[in-house]
Design a protein. Structure first.
Length: 431
C-alpha cells in the first residue's frame, strides 16, 4: 500500500528516517513526507492548515494510508481521519509498530506478547468511548464507534489471561536457563537497537545451531539466524551455542529496541526481555555507521531499558565498522566514551575483530573455579571423565595405577556436581 509519513515536533527539525524504515518494514511504499514544528494541537496533533496540506498530499500521491510518527489520541485520530480523502487510513506510530510485530510473531510467546500490547493500546481508547457515551448518552459520539459497556471488562479479562499464560511460559524458560547453567553453559544475550546487526553477529559467534529457546520452532532456526537490512527481522528469540577458548556459551538474539516506546509496550515484551535481564553477560550492539547524535540517543534508550533491571556486565559492541573509516570511528568513540567505556569494535559482516570480541566475552564472564579430582578406576569412571570433558575446561588428564587425575576449570555448580559424581565412584575390585 502507498503511504505518506508525517511527524510533528515541539522544536527542532523532525526526523522521518525511523518512521520511513518502519513503514517499509511493515510493507508500505512511502510516496510522500510531511513535517511540522509547533506545539501539539489538542484536536489534530498538527495545525488544522497542516492537516489540510496532508489531505491534499494524500490525494495527489494516491496514498492509501497516512502514517503519523506521533502518538495520536482517539479524538485526534477521528478528526484527522475525517479530513482525509475517502479510503485513506490514518495510522499512528504505535499502531504501525504493533502491525509489524503482528506480521513477525511466529511463536506462541511472540503472538501472546503482541496481543497483550494491542489490548493495552486499545484499553484507554475503549475507556474514552465509554466515558463519552456515558456523558453524552450518544452511541458512536464523534464517530468513535458504538459503545459497548462490556468491552472494557473484556479487554481487562483478556489482559489478565494473557499475562497468566506468559508467566507460565516465563517460568518454563527460567527453568530451562537454570538447567543450562547447571550443564556448564554461560548465557550471553545480544541486545541493542533494532537493525544494529545483532543477527549477523550471532552468525559469526555461534558454532552450531542446536538450541531452541522457544517450544515452537523459531523461523530463524534453519541453518543460520536470519540477517536482513530491515527492522524487526527478529521478534522472538534465537539461541545458539558458541565455543570460546575455555568454555561454551549460549548466545541469545532478541527483539531490537526502538526509541520512544511507551511503558505499556515495553512491559508487553517483558517475557522476551527476561532473556537479557537474566543473562550472565550482555553484548549491547551499536551500529557504528550512524552519526554520533543518533548513536547517543539510542544508547540512552538501551541504557534506560537495561541498567535498571540487569545485574550482568554489559559490553558495548560497535558493529558495522566496515562502513566507517578509521578516523571517523576514532572520533565517534571519543565522543561517546562517557556512555561506552572500553567498547569492542567489530564487523559482523566481514568478521573483523570478532576474535577479539570472543576473548573479551570470556574475560567478562563469571570466573571459573579450578579443581583437581583423583578418580578411582571402575565401571563408571570413564563416563564421569567424559562428563567433565563435556562440561568444563580440562587442563590436564593423567592415568596413574588405578586412578585418573583430572585438573580442570568450570562453573562452581559444575565443580560441585563433579565432586558428587567422583564420590559415588566405586573402584574395580581386584581378584
Amino acid at each position: 500500500m502507498r503511504a505518506i509519513v508525517a511527524k510533528r515536533t515541539d522544536a527542532g527539525t523532525p526526523d522521518l528516517t525511523e518512521i520511513h524504515d518502519l513503514a517499509v518494514a511493515a510493507g508500505y511504499v512511502v510516496v510522500g513526507e510531511l513535517t511540522q514544528t509547533r506545539q501539539e494541537d489538542p484536536g489534530y496533533v498538527f495545525g488544522e492548515g497542516k492537516v489540510e496540506e496532508l489531505a491534499a498530499l494524500a490525494a495527489d500521491t494516491r496514498a492509501g494510508a497516512v502514517i503519523i510518527d506521533n502518538e495520536v489520541g482517539p479524538y485526534q485520530m477521528y478528526n484527522i481521519g475525517r479530513a482525509m480523502p475517502d479510503g485513506v487510513e490514518v495510522i499512528d506510530r504505535f499502531t504501525l509498530i504493533l502491525e509489524i510485530f503482528g506480521q513477525r510473531a511466529n511463536t506462541r510467546k511472540a503472538q501472546l506478547q503482541v496481543e497483550l500490547a494491542e489490548l493495552r493500546y486499545e484499553l484507554p481508547r475503549a475507556e474514552a468511548k465509554a466515558s463519552l457515551a456515558k456523558r453524552d448518552e450518544r452511541p458512536g459520539f464523534m464517530g468513535l464507534g458504538e459503545y459497548d459497556e462490556s468491552r472494557e471488562n473484556d479487554i481487562k479479562a483478556q489482559i489478565s489471561n494473557i499475562k497468566a499464560e506468559l508467566d507460565t511460559i516465563g517460568k518454563k524458560e527460567e527453568t530451562r536457563r537454570e538447567r543450562r547453567r547447571e550443564s556448564g553453559f554461560d548465557l550471553v544475550a545480544l541486545a541493542g537497537y533494532t537493525n544494529a546487526g545483532k543477527s549477523t553477529l550471532l552468525r559469526r559467534l555461534a558454532a552450531e545451531l542446536d538450541v531452541d529457546e522457544n517450544e515452537d520452532k523459531h523461523p530463524d532456526l534453519d541453518t543460520v539466524a536470519e540477517s536482513k537490512d530491515m527492522l524487526f527481522t527478529t521478534l522472538g528469540t534465537t539461541t545458539r551455542r558458541a565455543e570460546l577458548d575455555r568454555r561454551e556459551i549460549l548466545l541469545t538474539d532478541t527483539v531490537g529496541f526502538i526509541s520512544d516506546l511507551p511503558h505499556w509496550l515495553v512491559e508487553s515484551f517483558q517475557s522476551t526481555l527476561d532473556s537479557v535481564y537474566r543473562a550472565d553477560l550482555v553484548l549491547l550492539v551499536v551500529d557504528a555507521s550512524e552519526d554520533v547524535q543518533t548513536i547517543r540517543e539510542k544508547l540512552v534508550t538501551c541504557h534506560d531499558t537495561l541498567y535498571d533491571r540487569n545485574e550482568a556486565p554489559i559490553v558495548t559492541v560497535f558493529n558495522k565498522i566496515d562502513r566507517v573509516d578509521d578516523d571517523k570511528l576514532d572520533r565517534k568513540l571519543a565522543a561517546l566514551s562517557g556512555l561506552t567505556p572500553n567498547p569492542v569494535t567489530v564487523s559482523g559482516l566481514t568478521g573483523e575483530n570478532v576474535e577479539s570480541l570472543r576473548e573479551r566475552v570470556e574475560r567478562e564472564l563469571p570466573d571459573f573455579e579450578r579443581e583437581r579430582l583423583l578418580l578411582p578406576m571402575g565401571e563408571e569412571t570413564m563416563g564421569v571423565v567424559s562428563w567433565i570433558h563435556d562440561n568444563s575446561y580440562v587442563i590436564d588428564e593423567s592415568y596413574e595405577n588405578d586412578h585418573v587425575l583430572l585438573d580442570f576449570e568450570a562453573r562452581p555448580t559444575i565443580v560441585k556436581r563433579a565432586r558428587a559424581k567422583a564420590a559415588d565412584l566405586q573402584p574395580v575390585e581386584r581378584a
